[in-house]
Ligand binder design. Structure first.
Ligand SMILES: Nc1ncnc2c1ncn2[C@@H]1O[C@H](COP(=O)(O)OP(=O)(O)OP(=O)(O)O)[C@@H](O)[C@H]1O
Ligand SMILES: [Mg+2]
Length: 1030
């Protein structure tokens, strides 16, 4: 037994909703009133017609009743009369218990007709459906009848004047007097909005909507071209019937019928119902008691009727709150650490560097007193070295695997750059490493300084602290990690800073926290004086493009940057190259002074290229390298020449007056007689001041210094040093391979994270302020682009063409951001060398650098210009004119800009070759434009490629922007060949671009996910990939 209009099958009959009757509830009532129930007269289908037609049947309403089907009362009198005439009413009149036990004696049981939109028990309403789009298809009068049942037990005749359970609704749509389809929904909540019950407005929100088309009715198949069967039968989900307060004179009002699909067709306002009339026959007592109970409460059923935040907003707020909380917590922890470190507590720094400085005030200035000793250092690179490969992540492991494999196969494709080189420098000594070009000087000093090398290093480098009497301070603790400063050959300095600022930057990061700012400044002054650059204090360092200090001055600044940190050992690669002999000698003298400091003697090792005679003689010891092997290691001065001469080297120069020993040494090293190596190879290895005096050269002898070349083995200072070293050695040597990993623990940072961040931010801010061109350029370009884009899409209208312009404008902005964030990539490429140098010098942790870049690159150069472009364009183009939509629009663009910036950072960090990174970034931009949904309809892309849309950030950004724009209630009003079009823009958006309605918050989350993904990628690549590997 099937019943129409959601009638309830009851054996062989159907219990029909008010206004319907017949065996299957198919027939509408004709005249009469709702109290008549099954006794009511029904309209029958006319001959040939499928369904009854109220208009054609001439059904007219009795006095006091109105609406299609005459279910809506207009007067209390009509209700009273109808009730009294009904069998139940007559029965009730004879009884004290009125109307199914609902009436309570003593209360006003008079029947009244309530014409407000609020429902008391079960209320009827009837509305006109006037909509241009519908009327273009269906030109005659369309009406919608709705019965809202709040509490059937309170209705005058339960299940006759009401229908369905509490909180349900049934509705029928009539077109020209014929019912077209009927709907029902349950779990309804009546809500009175912000104005409260007294406002007269009401909202009914129900769930589980379902609708049934009456087959072959005008709406549902009578005309195949306008068959809505599928759409109507597919309606589901929640539905809201919102009604404004009825006009007091006409007692009619406007309502809207909102449901997702309906909204997508008719706009977010839903289907507008005009001229709605309400009429509910209800006992006065019901009105009285429910007014008393709920007062002016907002909601009559569910608790808490107020507007609540949507899930997306709550999730967003939670994420933002958590991030802010985390940042505050991080800052608090950092601040505590910093305070502790400044007070000289043990919490400073993270490694051993600062640890040794915490002993007390007197210890602060302590440095030096550490010897350097390297034994059998060899360095091998694969001859087909691809260390400069563009993509270097994971490259190392693969390369070494390949090498191993080839070795196993019997190939030897390795190139030995250093071959068992040994030597030693004591505190208070300065060693020159001499040798022709390509001898391996740079390689050796880098290994000594502990720089990461691409090849395989074997041997040991140790830094035994000296307990020599010349060093007055107490011995270093065994856990002490000496500070090794390395000055590379090339000067990489921040061009926008002045000399003093560059040195101060280094001092702030390399001196322990417990050293006060005044002391740091003092140290900077001291170093500037030592190096003779005090006059350059306020001069910008400059770069190749913008001249600042000269090359020689720059060299000294580079040395100074390392010196301010009071290193224990100073290693320099060609500190004098490119300097005239006077400047070179100045540098050498300064180094000599530092090395021979009475209280903190420092071991200094410098590779030297072509030294003048004077320069050569400033060095105490010399290591001569030839083809990666040590030819001589020992005392400087005339000693090496004499040694060479003694062991078979040509001695022609020795006689000439004023000859330069260094020239002679280089000459010999350039083409060393095999005897020298032969002799050296014969030499036994010997470590300390033992008996044998041989062991100079390629065989590698740590005690070569003792040999002195001339065989003089007096109880020299060096010898004493050796013994002391032997006794007080802090063993950090590793017998065999490889040095890179075996140098003991890497030293920590001298300062806490917060200090690093502060100092770095200070520098970035200074650079940004000085080099305002970049900022002004970005802002200027943003303004121009904003005006251009705004002009392009100026005041877009509501036509179909206007809609295309709107989405085009949003797409343009997205593409603009995707491409303009390319400059982020270049900026990283630009600052990379400085970061690499400072990172390997352990100035700061990569995370501090990343954070400072985020603050001083991303915010001023990416986000602010994005906001400017977006704001200008938004208001010029006349997009949704309210604050909420504007900020949601801005939010998406900011997120997208952030994602793109991080993506470009990632590319710049992954690829050493900037060209490749830029190419990839541009190609990605193109890909994003393709899959954003603007150029190609996403659903028409072949499935093989369609998935690419899901990893396209621009697609999410554009979708969110479009959804936000149409979500503002954009209604497209146009005329297509005379046919008026008035549809919601969301419908067109879905058709044209395949964007999903209500996907704003999903897109926000996806963009956040992209940001997190790229952010983590950047952190990982910076940690593991952006580091020096020479
Ligand atoms: N990673 C590497 N791959 C291949 N060859 C390398 C590598 N590192 C160094 N070499 C080679 O090792 C040799 C020594 O290089 P190094 O830079 O140490 O020489 P140098 O003595 O400093 O020369 P110069 O005085 O010209 O600076 C050179 O022939 C160089 O080509
Ligand atoms: Mg070199």
């Amino acid at each position: 037994m099937s019943c129409d209009n959601y009638g309830v099958a009851n054996g062989s009959t159907c219990a029909c909703p008010p206004g319907f009757g017949g065996a299957n509830c198919t027939n509408p009532a004709c005249g009469g009133d709702i109290f008549q129930g099954s006794q009511r007269a029904l309209a029958q289908p006319l001959s040939g017609a499928l369904y009854a037609n109220l208009t054609a049947s001439g059904c007219a309403c009795e006095s006091g009743w109105t609406g299609t089907g005459c279910n809506v009362c207009t007067s209390a009198q009509a209700c009273q009369t109808a009730f009294s005439n009904s069998p139940q009413g007559q029965a009730a009149a004879n009884s004290t218990d009125v109307g199914g036990g609902a009436g309570v004696s003593g209360l006003n049981n008079t029947m009244t007709c309530s014409t407000v939109s609020r429902v008391w028990a079960a209320g009827q309403m009837s509305c006109q459906v006037i909509n241009p789009t519908l009327q273009a298809l269906f030109t005659k009068s369309t009406t919608l009848n709705i019965l809202r049942t709040l509490d059937p037990t309170q209705s005058p005749l339960p299940n006759i004047t009401s229908f369905g359970p509490s909180g349900s609704v049934t509705a029928q749509l009539w077109y020209d007097g014929v019912e077209q389809f009927f709907c029902t929904a349950d779990s309804c909540v009546q809500d009175f909005g912000d104005g409260g019950a007294s406002s007269g407005a009401s909202d009914w929100t129900c769930q589980d909507l379902k609708c049934s088309c009456r087959p072959k009715s005008s709406f549902c198949g009578a005309n195949p071209s306008s068959d809505l069967t599928q759409t109507l039968n597919g309606l589901s989900g929640s539905v809201t019937i919102s009604c404004a307060a009825p006009n007091s004179t006409t007692s009619s009002t406007t309502c809207s019928f909102k449901q997702t699909v309906i909204d997508s067709v008719f706009g977010p306002g839903g289907l507008t119902l005009s001229g709605c009339t309400f009429g509910e026959c209800v006992r006065q007592s019901v009105i009285d008691s429910s007014t008393a109970a709920s007062g002016n409460g907002n909601s009559t059923t569910a608790a808490g009727g107020g507007k609540s935040l949507s899930g997306g907003v709550i999730a967003g707020l939670a994420v933002v709150g958590a991030l802010v909380g985390l940042a505050v917590l991080g800052f608090a922890v950092g601040y505590r650490q910093q305070r502790k470190a400044r007070r000289g507590g043990s919490g400073s720094g993270r490694g051993g560097v600062a640890g040794s400085f915490e002993g007390g005030e007197g210890e602060k200035a302590r440095s030096g007193g550490v010897a350097v000793e390297w034994n059998d250092v060899s360095y091998v690179v694969p001859s087909s070295s691809s260390s400069s490969s563009t993509f270097s992540l994971f490259g190392g492991a693969q390369k070494s695997r390949r090498r191993r494999q080839r070795r196993e196969e019997g190939y030897s494709d390795e190139k030995t750059i250093l071959d068992n080189v040994s030597g030693r420098v004591l505190p208070g000594q300065m060693m020159a490493i001499l040798g022709p070009s390509g001898a391996g000087k740079t390689t050796l000093v880098e290994i000594i300084a502990g720089r990461r090398k691409a090849g395989v290093t074997t041997g040991s480098v140790s830094f035994p602290p000296s307990s020599s009497s010349s060093h007055e301070s107490a011995p270093y603790p065994p856990t002490y990690t000496p500070r090794i400063a390395f000055v590379p050959q090339e000067d990489v300095l921040p061009a926008q800073l002045t000399v003093q600022e560059a040195l101060l930057f280094s001092a702030r990061l390399r001196l322990p926290e417990s050293v006060s700012e005044a002391e740091k400044r003092e140290r900077v002054e001291e170093v500037m004086t030592q190096l003779g650059i005090q006059d350059l204090r306020d001069q910008r360092i400059g770069s190749g493009e913008r001249r600042g200090v000269s090359g020689g001055e720059m060299r000294r600044v580079s040395i100074g940057v390392e010196l301010v940190g009071r290193p224990d050992v100073l290693v320099l690669d060609e500190p004098t190259s490119g300097l005239d002999s006077v400047s070179a000698s100045k540098v050498a003298t300064a180094l000599h002074t530092i090395s021979h400091h009475p209280t903190s003697p420092t071991a200094i090792i410098a590779s030297i290229h072509q030294p003048s005679s004077k320069l050569y003689h400033t060095f105490d010891t010399v290591l001569v390298l030839a083809h990666g092997r040590a030819l001589y290691s020992g005392k400087g001065g005339g000693a090496p020449a004499a040694h060479f001469a003694a062991h078979g080297a040509p001695r022609n120069d020795l006689a000439s007056e004023g000859y330069n020993v260094a020239d002679y040494l280089l000459e010999v090293a350039a083409d060393p007689p095999p005897a020298l190596f032969q002799y050296a190879n014969v030499g036994e290895r010997k470590v300390s001041g033992g008996s044998s005096a041989v062991g100079v050269g390629a065989g590698g002898a740590a005690a070569a210094g003792n040999d002195g070349g001339e065989g003089s083995r007096s109880a020299s200072e060096e010898e004493k040093g050796v013994e002391e070293l032997e006794s007080g050695r802090v063993v950090r040597r590793h017998a065999a391979p490889p040095i890179g990993s075996g140098r003991g623990k890497t030293p920590g940072y001298a300062t806490t994270f917060l200090t690093q961040l502060q100092v770095l931010s200070g520098r970035e801010w200074k650079i940004l302020r000085r080099d305002m061109t970049l900022f002004i350029l970005h802002v200027g370009v943003a303004c121009i682009l904003g005006v251009f884009c705004g002009g392009l899409y100026f005041n877009t209208n509501d036509t179909i063409a206007g809609f295309q312009s709107r989405v085009g404008c949003l797409f343009f902005l997205g593409a603009l951001i995707a491409f303009s964030s390319l400059s982020a990539l270049y900026n990283v490429v630009d600052v990379r060398p400085l970061f690499l140098r400072e990172r390997s010098g352990r100035y700061y942790s990569p995370s501090a650098w990343l954070l400072s870049r985020l603050m001083f690159d991303v915010i001023p150069l990416r986000l602010i210009p994005t906001i400017i472009v977006a704001t200008i364009t938004y208001w010029m183009a006349g997009l949704a004119k309210d604050a909420a939509h504007f900020f949601k629009f801005l939010f998406i663009l900011v997120l997208f800009s952030l994602a793109m910036t991080l993506f470009n950072f990632l590319l710049a960090c992954t690829f050493r070759n900037g060209g490749i990174a830029i190419l990839l970034s541009a190609l990605t931009g193109l890909y994003q434009m393709t899959f954003a949904g603007f150029f190609v309809h996403l659903n028409s892309i072949p499935p093989v490629l369609r998935w690419l849309q899901w990893i396209c950030p621009l697609k999410y950004a554009l979708e969110a922007l479009s959804v936000n724009e149409v979500g503002a209630g954009l209604q497209i009003k146009d005329t297509l060949q005379g046919v008026p079009v008035d549809v919601s823009a969301s419908l067109i958006m879905q058709l044209l671009f395949g964007f999903v309605l209500n996907s704003y918050y999903r897109d926000v989350l996806v963009l956040f996910a992209f940001i997190a993904l790229f952010g983590i990628g950047v952190v990982i690549t910076v940690w593991f990939n952006v580091r020096e590997r020479r």
